[in-house]
Design a protein around this ligand. Structure first.
Ligand code: C5P
Length: 299
């Protein structure tokens, strides 16, 4: 059988309000998420099987390819849910850095679920796929649907904002990440330590979204992330560069998810080379800097 390749896009949280801690230790959030036209690619090749029915290789040696990788976790979950007994090799081309808040691992896991469901003749409905994805990670389900969308609950309750897609479609964005990453559980724990002031109450988060929708204001007016204060306090390299890019280029820099990746929406005539040079001067040559576009609909 032929190999299939799926695109596993990065995501940005354009609006991220962590609203409260739940009894199960997770947090409720309200987040507007959109995928980018930049990301990883995952190739799935059916094999005759052998000692290992599921195998994963990756072009980036820093990426774990053992059972902890969400691609293999997704494949196991898919097999358990459907009774699928096939054997496949996964080959992952990794571009989205880890610990970035760009959803790379989650997107790869969702890509594996999409590819296997196709390969197996679609045994799972879209709803069943979403449930499986939610079990893999809070950010996984969003990658099944494409954006823009609103995530609520732990991240598993999705509301499509397809009707608002024209306000997002094709906008240019510069994404940049320093060499260090941020561990998501640490960021949530820091936020919880500053409670309740660190949270944005759910009603306020909803009111902000509704106001933006009503106003017809540009995307710039939506951007928000209340995970920035604890992460910026620990990693001053982020707010220092954000202030510099604001001063030198008029850019409004935000962080995606729990960081450490930051981003800025770009005007079509923005001096990308000069901005990139400024980021590399501040963060060094190992910083990841990518110009991309917001993607609407499913890839
Ligand atoms: O679901 P995921 O594996 O991405 O979550 C990683 C960690 O981030 C969780 O163990 C939890 O500490 C925190 N988290 C949270 N609330 C969410 C998502 C993640 O507290 N909605």
């Amino acid at each position: 059988m032929n190999a299939t390749t799926v695109f596993c896009p990065a995501k940005l949280n354009l609006f991220l309000a962590i609203t409260e801690r739940r009894a199960d230790g997770f947090h409720n959030l309200v987040s507007v998420v959109v995928t980018l036209d930049w990301g990883d690619t995952l190739t799935v090749r059916p094999t005759a099987g052998g000692a290992e029915k599921l195998a994963l290789t990756c072009d980036d040696p820093a990426v774990p390819v053992d059972g902890s990788n969400l691609v293999l976790k997704a494949a196991r979950a898919f097999a358990a849910a459907t009774g699928w007994t096939g054997a496949v090799d996964f080959a992952l081309t990794k571009r989205i850095p880890m610990g970035a808040g760009l959803g790379g691992g989650s997107s790869d896991g969702a890509g594996a679920l999409r590819a296997l469901n196709e390969l197996a003749g679609r045994p799972l409905t879209a709803e069943a796929l979403r449930t499986l994805a939610a079990g893999l990670g809070s950010d996984c389900p969003l990658f099944l649907d494409g954006g823009p969308l609103v995530m609520r609950g732990r991240g598993e309750r999705l509301e499509s904002w397809a009707a608002l897609a024209p306000r997002f479609a094709g906008r240019r964005v510069l994404v940049f990440k320093p060499s260090f990453g941020v561990a998501t559980p640490w960021a949530y724990a820091r936020l919880a330590a500053g409670a309740p002031a660190s949270y944005l109450p759910p009603a306020e988060a909803e009111a902000r979204l509704a106001a933006w929708v009503e106003s017809g204001a540009p995307l710039e007016a939506l951007l928000f992330n209340n995970m920035e204060p604890p992460v910026f306090a620990k990693y001053p390299a982020l707010p220092v560069l954000a202030a510099q890019l604001q001063a030198d280029f008029g850019l409004a820099v935000r962080m995606s998810g729990s960081g450490s990746a930051c981003y800025a929406l770009l005007a079509d005539d923005a001096p990308v080379d000069a901005i990139t040079a400024a980021i590399r001067r501040a963060w060094g040559g190992s910083a990841v800097v990518v110009a991309a576009r917001l993607q609407t609909g499913n890839s």
